[in-house]
Every structure is written in C-alpha cells, then in structure tokens.
Design a protein around this ligand. Sequence first.
Ligand SMILES: NC(=O)c1ccc[n+]([C@@H]2O[C@H](COP(=O)([O-])OP(=O)(O)OC[C@H]3O[C@@H](n4cnc5c(N)ncnc54)[C@H](O)[C@@H]3O)[C@@H](O)[C@H]2O)c1
Length: 296
Amino acid sequence: MSDHAGKVAVITGGASGIGFALAQRAAAERMVVVLVDVDERALAPARAALEADGAAAHSYAVDVSDRDAMMALAERVGEEVGDAWLLVNNAGVFLPGSFSEMPPQQWHFIIDVNMWGVVYGIQAFLPGLLARDSGHIVNTSSVDGIVTVPNAPAYNAAKHAVTAMSETLYRELEGAGSGVGVSVLCPGAVPTNILGSARHWPSRLGPAPEVNEDPYPELDGLISPAAVADITFAAIGERRFWILTHPEQYADAIRARAEGAATGANPDDRSVDPNFRRDTGDCRAIDGADALAPAP
Ligand SMILES: NC(=O)c1ccc[n+]([C@@H]2O[C@H](COP(=O)([O-])OP(=O)(O)OC[C@H]3O[C@@H](n4cnc5c(N)ncnc54)[C@H](O)[C@@H]3O)[C@@H](O)[C@H]2O)c1
C-alpha cells in the first residue's frame, strides 16, 4: 500500500498533459484525485478515464487566475472531498512573441495564469496544510524558470517568478520546521497541448490570438508526461525541492547562467535553453524564433 493512499491530491491544469499524467500517477498511488481546470470540455473525459481505472476522482471547472474562485475552490474541496494533502499548481499557458511585438493582453494572459495562478493556489490551500502541519506543494515552473528561451519574454518572466516564489516558500516553511514540503517542477521538453494555449484565451482580454494547431515539435530530450509524473512523485517522497526532468541536458546552461551572473559576463548562447541555441538548436520550434537563427 502506498504511503499516499487515501490522501487528497489537488492538481490544477489536471485535464491535459503533465497535469493529467500527475493525476494518473496520484490515482496509481490510490490517492483521491481532484482535477482543477478551466477547460470544462476536457475535464469530463479526464475524470472519466481516471474513474474507469478505478480511481476516486473529482473535478472542478476553475480558472486559476481568478483569486475568488480559487479561495472558494479550497473551501469546496475541504467540504466535498476532504483535506488536501498534495497541491500541484500546474496550470500553465505559453504564447511565443518577441518583446517588441507581444501585446500587453498576451503578457496579462501569461502572467495571470502562470504566476498569479500559483500565488492564488498557495494562498487558498496553504492555511489548511499549515494547520494540519502535513502535506506537499509542487509548483510547475520550467527550465525556462532557471534559464531563458528566446522569443518568450512573458513566459520566462512568469516561470522565473514561480521558481523564486517556490524557493522563498520552501525556505520559509523549512525555517519554521513545518511538516509541509515544497518542490518546484522544472520540466524540459514534454509533448503536450501547451503550444495550443490560445484555446484558453479569456474573452475579457479582447480578441484571441490564433490557436496553434501544430503538433509538439521533435525537440531533443523529449520525455513523456508519465515520466515527468514518476520523477515528480519520487521527489515528493524524498521531500526534494528541485525537480529537474532533464538534468543532464540543462546542467551546462544552468551553470553558464549562474557563472555569468557571478562574474558579470554577458549572456550568450551557452546560457539559454539548449533546444533553442542559435548555434545548435532548432529555432523553428517556436514561431518567430527563426529570426534568432544564425545568418546563413
Ligand atoms: N510541455 C512542456 O514542454 C513544458 C515544459 C516546461 C513546463 N511546462 C509547464 O507544465 C505545465 C503543464 O503544461 P502542459 O505542457 O501539460 O500543457 P497542456 O496545455 O497540455 O496542459 C495545461 C492545462 O492547464 C489548463 N489551464 C490553462 N489555463 C488555465 C487556467 N487559467 N485555469 C485552470 N487551468 C488552466 C489547460 O486547460 C490544460 O488542461 C504548465 O505550467 C507548463 O508551463 C510544460
């Protein structure tokens, strides 16, 4: 019997990709799974698939960037399902665009979901976890929350914020001797529906950008969402803060960036996401990043 059997796992962005794989992994641990997602149409089949495998699953259609809705969610989960033990703030969106071209609405979309969604998830569920002095929070950042990827300024900014706030929370709880653990999940390339994020564009932000229907590109080092979920649950078991899904692929870039900051050296190709280096990377993977490719 798993150590986690019977505990409640709340997973935002749980209807697709990495979030759904985490939900399947939680179900395999016999946890009670709570899927939270803004995409109502994807929620029903995701929950049904978990239930068909014998899981106890619940689903809530909530936009993580709506603070009131997230605070209400925590109350409802407590009343209708039980005390959350695991919270995975995983919902995220991606849009490409250079700094000079990205309109402010796209910045809001990306920051609202990727950064504020994590803040609100923590604000909603942390009080209960602290009161019980037990549980774990995983915030999904990205390797782009440690190094940067070209042509994605808002995504880089939001993911760096997630890494930084996770580290701050980890230190805060650790300093207080809390029984609540914190991890930051920093995936590299994982084939999911993330490049079609414009499907989640909220009408309040005006006209939506075109939805990218392209399949996830054949980047180096692709690993499956299920593999990410296995790595994540191993880290939770060890109460490990950093969850890097591709440690070998990114170690040099992470070191180069830290070294540059320590010595004052300017950023160059060595310190960006290696899938998008000018010299070796496949810049086609991100619309518009061709512009960053070396001149022939
Ligand atoms: N796929 C990758 O290569 C990769 C790499 C690094 C980090 N990530 C991160 O992993 C996380 C999961 O993304 P994914 O790749 O599985 O993409 P995905 O598009 O397959 O899944 C994201 C899920 O989040 C949901 N979502 C979007 N906006 C929401 C909102 N406002 N409220 C609630 N739910 C919302 C979507 O409906 C979807 O179900 C994201 O935070 C993403 O930034 C992905």
